[in-house]
Design a protein around this ligand. Structure first.
Ligand SMILES: [Mn+2]
Length: 318
């Protein structure tokens, strides 16, 4: 059952000892959403395994208490935030749970007791609406955390909607913080030299395919697949797919530019469908998505190219 913010608030009053859980390799959107909800409703912030680079910085700087790889059975109820597939939760077994998410394709909502799911630039924006409708006070560090979630998930407002800007304005008003404080917080993230090296090396060995006037870039990397895929579209590809294979499991990150999306590409749906074909799962947004499957990287990447080519073939971007 998809519910609205006020119904979510009502429902939450039925539960105590709640776990607010973000996806693996957690980002600022997930950890800040879990943190803000835990502050307002009372409960524990958990992440499926560990925090990513930017989220770690946030947790350190704002002194957010996090339980890593928690066991949901230790809690009466789990609120899964910013997460669309079970594979993003690794092997964690959910009991009674609900979902708050903004991804266009979400598989976890199928078995949820209830869910607050709508398209938005970030989960943090939906959380801001929840806090507003319950008239919860928004503390400075909560506001800062949510702002960094919105800034990073919208690619520094590149994919922002009016709702993203409205949520930032609300956080400035209600949280008593300035936008520059959030930017300062993000600027303190150290530049990871191994990530930059991996991105450059993977871009260097990328396979470039042209279909009519569409450019595909396909590559593999040992890590940082999402960063590599983003970099490939930033330097000119219309669509990028990057495979990371380890122990028989292949992860694929995909990115698509606006033109490709306008012409029918929806990577969230594509990753979901191909994920199922290869005994795994996938999902995400039209322009940014991922999957985790059984099989070799090459076969799965070929399948991604084949599927997106069949959509774009003969379609002019003009
Ligand atoms: Mn998000």
């Amino acid at each position: 059952m998809n519910i609205d913010e006020i119904t979510f608030y009502d429902q939450m009053l039925n539960y105590q000892n709640v776990l607010f859980l973000g996806h693996r390799n957690t980002d600022p959107d997930a950890v800040s959403s879990a943190f803000a909800l835990a502050e307002s409703f009372g409960g524990t912030v958990g992440v499926a395994d560990y925090c990513g680079r930017v989220a770690s910085m946030l947790v350190d700087q704002l002194e957010i208490e996090v339980v890593y790889a928690p066991d949901p059975s230790d809690y009466d109820f789990t609120v899964v935030v910013d997460t669309s597939t079970q594979s993003q939760l690794n092997d964690l077994v959910l009991g009674d749970y609900c979902v708050i998410d903004h991804h266009s394709v979400s598989q976890l909502i199928d078995d949820a007791s209830f869910y607050l799911h709508r398209l938005a630039g970030s989960t943090a924006e939906i959380v801001v609406d929840v806090l507003k409708c319950m008239n919860a006070p928004i503390r400075e560090r909560t506001a800062l955390a949510l702002m960094t979630g919105i800034i990073t998930d919208t690619g520094h407002f590149k994919h922002a909607t009016t709702g993203s800007f409205r949520a930032i304005a609300d956080l400035i008003d209600l949280g008593g913080v300035s936008y520059s404080e959030a930017l300062d917080l993000l600027a303190s993230t150290p530049q990871d030299i191994s990530m930059r090296t991996t991105v450059l090396e993977s871009a260097n060995r990328a396979n470039i395919l042209k279909l009519d006037d569409w450019i595909f870039a396909i590559s593999e990397s040992d890590s940082f697949g999402a960063a590599v895929a983003t970099a490939l579209t930033n330097i000119g590809a219309d669509i990028s797919f990057v495979g990371t294979a380890r122990d028989g499991i292949t992860k694929v990150s995909g990115r698509a530019k606006r033109d490709a999306i306008r012409c029918g590409i929806n990577l969230g749906e594509l990753m979901r469908d191909i994920g199922l074909e290869y005994q795994g799962s996938g999902g995400g947004h039209a322009g940014a998505a991922g999957m985790e499957v059984i099989g070799t990287s090459g076969a799965v990447l070929n399948r991604c190219v084949e599927e997106s080519s069949s959509i774009l073939k003969g379609v002019s971007r003009n």
